[in-house]
Each structure stands twice: as C-alpha cells, then as structure tokens.
Ligand binder design. Structure first.
Ligand code: C2E
Ligand code: CA
Ligand code: CA
Ligand code: CA
Length: 276
C-alpha cells in the first residue's frame, strides 16, 4: 500500500486505507490460523429429495481467530486464495473431512470445496490420495466441489487435476451453477456427477420467478440426460422443499434440513438411523 509521499495528488480515502490495513492484519492472523488450531469444519447435511434421508455432508470451513473473532468464509477464503494460503488450508480441510467421514455409515458421502488455486497445484492429486489413505476412506465416498471459475484460468491444468481424482474413484460436483459465466459450455469439459443449483434460483422459484423456474427445469432436464444428479442449495422451508422436489431435483441442501453443524452433532444424526 502506498502510505506516504505524493498523497496530496489524490483525495485521501480513509475507508480504502482502513480496509488495506485490515486485510494486512487478517493475513497476518490467517498465516498462523492452522498452527494455532483456529480452524474447524462444520458439516451440512444433503438429503435425498424424496426419501429425505442423509446422502452426504458438505464440509464448510470455520475460522475463529484470536485477534478477529469469528471471520466468515466469504471474507477469509478470497484472502486465502490471493495469498495461496488456501493450499495448506485446503489440504488440512481434505484430511479432516475424510477422517470425519469414516465415522459415518458407509453410504454417506463427504463433499469438500476446492479452490482453483488449490486445484492447479502439482501436488493436488497427491494430497487427495494422502487424505484418503491416511483416513482409510474409500475414494467413492469423496466428492470434490468446484465452481466454474476454475475454467477461467489454467483450464487444462484444472481439468487434468480433476480427471486424476475421478480416476481414483472420486466424483466432482459443479457448485453455484448458474451464477458464473457461460455456464453450459463447462459441462462438456468434464464428467461432473452433480450440478449444484445456486440458492438464488431456489429463492427465485419460490417467489414465482418464471425465469428461475425455467432455469431449474432446464438444468434438471439436462442433468437427467447427461446422467448427472442435481442438488438444490439453500432450501429454507417446507414450501421450497416441496417445490424443488416437484421440479425434479435429486438432492436438497439447506437450513430446512439442517444447518452446517459441528462434527459431533453431525455424527449424532445417525443415532436414529439417518432420518432428519
Ligand atoms: P458454498 O460452497 O456455496 O457453500 C454453501 C453456503 O451456503 C455455506 O455458507 C452455507 O452455510 C450456506 N447455506 C447452506 N444452506 C443455506 C440456507 O438454507 N440458506 C442460506 N442463506 N445459506 C445457506 P458458508 O459456510 O458461509 O460458506 C461460504 C462459502 O465459502 C462456500 O459457499 C464456499 O464457496 C466457501 N468455503 C467454505 N468452506 C470452504 C473450504 O473448505 N474450502 C474452500 N475453498 N471454500 C470454502
Ligand atoms: Ca460448495
Ligand atoms: Ca454452492
Ligand atoms: Ca458459493
């Protein structure tokens, strides 16, 4: 940051200055977060749209910082990506998530978010193999979630990395579908097993937006013909769940069926056989 000298040519912007300073502090703390044990994972259930039984959990990273308190992922993940801290953090997430999943019934899978920066590391596939072998989790129980943004840069490297983990037996989900760029084209680039329909469409559909309804119908039809499943994200109430089921989505995720929760709570859901 340009802090001193020549400043008189520009209007002083205290808010910009403050955010650069805040970012510097946040980065300082983020560098120490793993060794200080400040990171943890929450797990959010994904249910079968018809049976309403748990089919998987998505691992969601949480950071409780000594200096900054609870920092939301939308704030620290982009910073972790910019600084490449997402690489060691992402490796830790993979290992913890796989380990936790070994405590659940065999049919329940784990989904882990992976950033583009992490994916294009030459070590990515090796880190997946290590997470699987250390935990003893079957590869078929691990799903990697990526967004369309991975195809914007280094598309070939990203695709090759995902093909490696698919070869291991893992599956790949396309996250936040519809929010990105020229969405449809990306579906041809890789054999995704799941498309996650972004919460904005679920909300739109619930509010009777013809556009959102049409998009969900189109995604479901396309997924069916390509032998992919669909997960509707951000379903918050019974009405939305019913609508999504009618629209033909395969799986549902959202506060209505369960918020992201600590590992012990997730595990306790199986005490009554996995029904929510
Ligand atoms: P995402 O992958 O799209 O994750 C879903 C987000 O929606 C989560 O936010 C979740 O708590 C929230 N959510 C789930 N159900 C509902 C609902 O019914 N209503 C509403 N309003 N929200 C719902 P969260 O946990 O804050 O995570 C935000 C984003 O941070 C994630 O979006 C993902 O992009 C990123 N993220 C989280 N953990 C990781 C990680 O381990 N690695 C990477 N690379 N990114 C992560
Ligand atoms: Ca996700
Ligand atoms: Ca998502
Ligand atoms: Ca998202």
């Amino acid at each position: 940051a340009k802090d001193e000298g020549g400043g008189e040519h520009f209007a002083y912007e205290p808010s910009l200055h403050a955010s650069a300073e805040e970012r510097r502090k946040l980065e300082f703390s983020l560098r120490r977060a793993l060794e200080r044990n400040e990171m943890s994972l929450n797990f959010q259930p994904v249910v079968d749209a018809h049976e309403e039984t748990i089919v998987s959990f998505e691992a969601l990273l949480r950071w409780n910082s000594q200096e900054h308190g609870f920092v939301p992922p939308d704030k620290f993940i982009p910073l972790a990506e910019d600084t490449r801290l997402i690489v060691p953090i992402g490796t830790w997430v993979l290992e913890q998530a796989c380990l936790e999943a070994t405590r659940w019934p065999r049919h329940v899978r784990i989904a882990v978010n992976v950033s583009g920066e992490q994916l294009i590391e030459p070590e990515f596939a090796a880190s997946v193999i290590r997470a699987l072998s250390q935990s003893g989790l079957e590869a078929s129980r691990l799903e990697i979630e990526v967004t369309e943004s991975i195809f914007l840069r280094d598309a070939n490297i990203a695709r090759a990395a995902l093909e490696q983990v698919i070869a291991l037996g893992c599956t790949v989900a396309l996250d936040d579908f519809g929010t990105g760029y020229s969405s449809l084209g990306y579906l041809r680039k890789l054999s995704f097993s799941t498309i996650k329909v972004d919460r904005s469409f679920v909300q739109g559909a619930a509010q009777n937006s013809a556009e959102s309804l049409a998009i969900i119908r189109a995604v479901v039809a396309m997924a069916d013909s390509l032998e992919m499943t669909t997960t509707a994200e951000g379903v918050e109430n019974a009405e939305e769940a019913e609508l999504i089921r009618k629209l033909g989505c395969t799986k549902i995720q959202g506060y209505y069926f369960g918020r992201p929760m600590p590992a012990v709570e997730a595990l306790s859901l199986f005490e009554d056989g996995g029904r929510l």
